[in-house]
Design a binder for this molecule. Structure first.
Ligand code: WT7
Length: 668
């Protein structure tokens, strides 16, 4: 393992007390972050991981280390071999049998956790539901039986398109109980995006809701689902949760109300013994080429990975109240709202709506009311909180908080310090957790009881994780920048791309042979700390979620007025990256503000709101190489208002000057 164990070497930087104050003077520190935060003694004394020997144990006995933590789960049949690894295919806990919903529910209801809150849910309008482990167990069993009654069997795919309501984790756990593979599609995706994902997975059943609440508005999920279902021949039945008094159309024979299905369902369903390598779910994410990839996760390794990392990274204790603010439609919600915390028997908070509804203190109100102890959110949210001002968190007593987390993109030191001071009251460690849909579990993160923190650095690979920073040739870079790669398999790693083994090999295992390529750049400092630098491919990170430039381009070109489009990401104060599209129109089509709006809406229709371009620039031509490749690098320079880089390979050098002046004109 080339990244150093944090404990073997104390950073040569001054202790936290000597830290530079946050404020204008701190801007310089962005480039050379020197502040460090050792674990507070009170935290370290009680931490689940307080002995740094864990790193050494993991590297000395890699398989034994993972086997030991896997044993904390309940297995119906023990495994024969911990790991079978033949690049690029990993099999973990070979021969073992278990059930994910059993591990999240059944084993807790036999003891003191039976009446413990599993889910505390708050709807945006202010309604609230608490489900104990026993309640959740019953709901899951009933819905599992309902699924069976609708003809769903082991191995079938079930699509789930829902708001953040308790029935969403219930549906996921019910699938896992009977061995069906769930495919959750984020409720913010469009009808077309839903349709593509249903078809790719050949889902048999869809679970949705009449609607949900977002910023005081109804999100009409059933309406979008109906549109999607016009082109999804594999779907036989639809289960519809009644979230509100929303008017929806129910198709006779196909659509069933959730409450009707539940009212006559038996409340016990035997958990299907699943092979450790049986599929648990697929989840779609963007890649560098147009079509979203269905990332495949299996049962034994995934559950072990999320169970372990929840315990280590979030330090969960019996009395904790854990709030991961991510929507379950993303992997963060799968791993750290549902499977990780429930496998640990934790109390999980779930909130339906927006952080600024009805006011900008909604999150802090919830933290105070529910006495949240561990809070996990994204830098894009933290930047919004900073912009809204400290008066909002100041309205609330946030003293229950003891640990904060961040995920989705690099957190800049200023946001880190703000979060530490204004939310954590200066004494909650922050875990900056790096991972991906593909990795399933957190891979790079501090362990708050042992790691000295540096604002802006995700610090070190977790025990049992072997990461490296390499150059173009795949050689390790001891200090400096390069590509982030993973050199050994880990339990929750993806097992492939649904239906596309070739793309799996190509995308992740071919850049540096035998090594997993993350697509992220990273820098390693003198102390062996890792600093994530963002994507190195054509994937943008918008508000903590990946969107491929290609996908937005395809959506634009799909519009009848568009001849060609090139999309780039530009730095954005709140979202991290803003989407800028350069568009060439077809002969005879005229640019206009109305058309600009229409194109933006067209992208929303094809993909969803998250992919809406922030800016569109109409241009007669795009900068291309002589071989006809669009030079996105130059477009990015223009969009960021920078001096345009090397243009020697341009077919027509004048294009850039024309584009640049047009862009500046439009930007005013
Ligand atoms: C990409 C994965 C995994 C949960 C959310 C996003 C970026 C994620 C960090 C972090 C810097 C981060 C990377 C990664 N990313 N966490 N702590 N620091 N960058 O999942 O949509 O699969 O995106 O998000 O670029 O590759 P995802």
């Amino acid at each position: 393992m080339s990244a150093k164990n944090p404990s073997t070497k104390t950073p040569k930087t001054p202790p936290a007390e000597a830290a530079a104050p946050a404020g204008p003077a701190a801007i310089d520190a962005l480039l050379h972050e020197k502040r460090v935060y050792p674990p507070p003694k009170e935290f370290r004394d009680k931490a689940n991981v307080r002995d740094e020997a864990i790193y050494k144990q993991a590297s000395e006995d890699f398989e034994g280390f993972w086997a030991k933590i896997a044993q904390e789960l309940d297995w119906f049949v023990a495994w024969d071999r911990v790991l079978e690894w033949k690049v690029p295919d990993a099999k973990w806990f070979v021969g073992g049998k278990l059930n994910a919903s059993y591990n999240c529910l059944d084993r807790h209801i036999r003891g003191a956790r039976r009446n413990k809150a599993a889910l505390i849910w708050i709807g945006e309008p202010g309604d609230r539901r608490t489900l104990t482990y026993w309640d959740l167990y019953r709901e899951v069993n009933k819905f599992a039986n309902a699924l069976k009654k609708l003809g769903v069997t082991k191995g079938d795919r079930v699509a789930i398109y829902m708001p953040m309501i308790p029935e969403l984790p219930v549906a996921m756990l019910a699938c896992s109980r009977i061995g069906a593979v769930h495919s959750v599609v984020f409720g913010g995706f469009s009808a077309e995006a839903l349709r593509d994902r249903i078809n790719d997975a050949q889902a048999k059943l869809l679970v949705t809701a009449d609607g949900g609440w977002r910023r005081g508005q109804i999100v009409q999920l059933k309406k979008d689902a109906d549109e999607a279902l016009q082109g999804t021949p594999s779907i036989r039945h639809v289960a519809v949760v009644k979230r509100g008094e929303f008017q929806v159309h129910m198709t006779e024979g196909r659509d069933h109300w959730w409450h009707d299905l539940m009212s006559d369902a038996e409340d016990h369903c035997w958990p299907e013994p699943m092979d450790a390598e049986d599929m648990l779910y697929t989840l779609y994410t963007s890649g560098t080429t147009g079509k979203p990839k269905g990332i495949v996760h299996t049962t034994g390794g995934y559950l072990t990975g999320v169970y372990a990392t929840t315990k280590w990274v979030f330090d969960l204790k019996e009395e904790d109240v854990f709030w991961c603010t991510a929507d379950i439609g993303w992997v963060t919600g799968h791993s750290y709202v549902v499977y990780g915390p429930l496998a640990n028997g934790a109390t999980v908070v779930m909130y339906e709506g927006s952080p600024d509804w009805p006011d900008k203190d909604r999150f802090w109100r919830i933290c105070e009311e529910l006495a949240v102890t561990v809070f996990y959110t994204a830098p894009t949210a933290i930047r919004a909180f900073m912009k809204w001002g400290t008066e909002w968190p100041k309205k609330h007593k946030l003293t229950s908080l003891r640990l904060l987390g961040s995920v989705g993109e690099p957190i800049n030191p200023e946001a880190w310090i703000w979060y530490h001071e204004n939310i954590g009251g200066g004494n909650c460690p922050i875990v900056d957790t790096w991972w991906q849909t593909e990795t399933g579990m957190i891979l790079i993160s501090p362990l708050a009881g042992v790691t000295t923190l540096k604002p802006g650095s995700a610090t070190q690979p977790l025990p049992g994780i072997v990461a490296d920073v390499v150059n173009e040739k795949g050689e390790s870079v001891p200090v400096g920048g390069g590509y982030l790669v993973l050199k050994r398999p880990w339990p929750a790693m993806l097992r492939g791309i649904y239906g596309d083994p070739e793309r799996y090999k190509q995308q992740y295992w071919s850049r540096v042979p035998g090594v997993y390529f993350t697509g992220d750049g990273a820098k390693r400092d003198e102390d062996g700390y890792l600093w994530l630098l963002g994507r190195v491919d054509d994937v943008m990170n918008v508000a903590g979620h990946r969107i491929s430039t290609m996908e937005v381009e395809s959506a634009l070109v799909d519009h009848p007025a568009v001849a060609e489009a090139a999309v780039v990401g530009r730095q954005h104060e709140l979202k991290g990256t803003a989407i800028v599209a350069f568009v060439t129109l077809k002969e005879g089509k005229q640019p206009s503000p109305a058309l600009m709006e229409e194109l933006k809406e067209h992208v929303v229709k094809k993909i969803g709101k998250i992919a809406r371009p922030d800016e569109i620039l109409f241009t007669a031509d795009l900068p291309k190489t002589r071989s006809g490749k669009i030079m996105r690098r130059l477009l990015r320079d223009i969009a960021e208002g920078k001096a345009v880089g090397d243009t020697t390979t341009l077919a027509d050098p004048n294009v850039i000057a024309r584009l640049k002046s047009r862009y500046e004109e439009q930007e005013g």
